[in-house]
Design a protein around this ligand. Structure first.
Ligand code: GDP
Ligand code: ZN
Length: 396
């Protein structure tokens, strides 16, 4: 709570405004009608992400309005808005409107409020911070006062607990390869479920199309295109699909996910040579000289937008999706589940199941259904989690 509020007078520093209580909590709608309540953790995050300057209006019975002190006026401690582009220990690097990058600490109250999260702020977070004076030509510094509500969250599961890797990521570019390593559509499906659970859109990209001698990869891409995903057939060797990928990335915040060896680094390098190199320079620039781990960072693209770069990005997976909500993340199931005979149909064994009927008619691809069954059984603990070659790597 700000000092201003404790003194009980909000009228001096900021302007009191009445806002619709539900306006920033209204159910969010996805393109394909997935209700926001199906996304675990979102409500909770909303609560945590409520800007600190906000207070509930003291009068009125269960008023749907709350009083907010606008912080844009002079006297509101001169805070600025920015985007967290890297987190190193307790220091968050924030790109501000003024074009500068600030090394920010996080107010203690904010750390306490977010005690259940390993990091009170994540890359991609929009924050409000107060710049602090620095000596001489030292890089700019500041203190983060509040984190604005998150639109999306990219989580990584570890030991049954989900960790937020990045916030406000618009889309996941799911990268697979036509060969070397072999194409595994079931892995694509896992990433698509995770993207959907985190409220992110997804693009399916198959790289190394130059190695697709049998045409199998073309068929797989067609499978996803048919159910509404944007698809890209790429090859770093022939240059195919690179421009298309660039168009998808431009002006958005994206994460490139996929098994190791499919060519994620090669694709990024084709899109913007030296992208990662330059970020290395930036890290050196912040000059903190401490050996703190970078949890994730946002790489700024010349074409506008950011790419999330994280060592453990491959591990972002399904911990947050309860078994009963799995069906909602298979886009081609969503419109059909209402036709199942039983309202609580799991689509595994029940009579009168519209999903299985659609699989038999060839309207839902059998492999997609198999992915659903596999994930369903995993979530129920009936089968162990599917392991991929780089699973050990991803657990690091
Ligand atoms: P990452 O682990 O996903 O980042 O994959 P890398 O970018 O490191 O690529 C793994 C290997 O695949 C490297 O030896 C690349 O040269 C190779 N590679 C990447 N893209 C292509 C492609 O389009 N075609 C072929 N044939 N090889 C590729
Ligand atoms: Zn069913």
């Amino acid at each position: 709570m700000s000092r201003r509020h404790r003194s009980g007078d909000g009228s001096k520093g900021g302007r009191r405004v009445r806002v619709e209580f539900r306006s920033n909590r209204a159910a969010r709608r996805r393109q394909k009608g997935l209700p926001a309540h199906l996304v675990p953790g979102v409500d909770d995050t909303d609560k945590l992400a409520t800007p600190l300057q906000e207070t509930i209006a003291p009068k009125g019975e269960l008023s749907r309005k709350r009083t907010v002190v606008e912080t844009t006026e002079a006297g509101a401690a001169g805070t600025m808005e920015g985007t967290v582009v890297a987190v190193r220990g307790l220091v968050a690097e924030v790109d501000a409107m003024d074009g500068q990058r600030y090394a920010c600490t996080v107010r203690r109250v904010l750390r306490v409020r977010r005690i259940h999260e390993r990091h009170p702020v994540a890359v991609g977070d929009r924050v409000r911070f107060a710049p602090t004076p620095v000596k001489g030509s030292a890089p700019p510094e500041g203190v983060i006062w509040s984190v604005l509500p998150r639109r999306t969250q990219l989580c990584r599961a570890s030991e049954r607990e989900a960790h937020l890797i990045a916030a406000n990521v618009d889309q996941v570019i799911v990268v697979a390869s036509a060969a070397q390593p072999p194409l595994k559509p079931s892995l694509i499906d896992r990433y698509l479920v995770s993207a959907s659970a985190g409220m992110m859109n997804a693009v399916v990209c198959i790289n190394k199309m130059d190695l697709d001698t049998s045409g199998g990869a073309v068929e797989v891409l067609e499978r996803y295109r048919r159910i509404g995903y944007p698809v890209v057939a790429a090859s770093v060797v022939t240059g195919a699909g690179i421009e298309e990928l660039r168009q998808h990335l431009a002006g958005r915040s994206s994460v490139i996910a996929g098994q190791s060896g499919v060519g994620k680094s090669s694709l990024l390098n084709a899109i913007q040579p030296g992208l990662r190199l330059r970020v290395g320079d930036v890290c050196a620039e912040s000059g903190k000289g401490r050996h703190t781990t970078t949890t994730a960072q946002l790489l700024k693209l010349d074409i506008g937008g950011y790419v999330v770069d994280t060592p453990g990005i491959r591990a972002f997976e399904l911990a947050m999706v309860p078994v009963g909500e799995l069906e909602a993340h298979f886009v081609e199931f969503v419109d059909r589940v209402a036709e199942c005979k039983f309202a609580d149909c799991t689509h595994i064994h029940e009579a009168g199941c519209a999903i299985r009927a659609a699989v038999e008619r060839g309207e839902i691809h059998a492999a997609r259904y198999q992915s659903y069954v596999r994930l369903f059984k995993e979530r129920c603990g009936l089968v162990p989690a599917e392991e991929y070659e780089d699973a050990a790597y991803s657990r690091r």
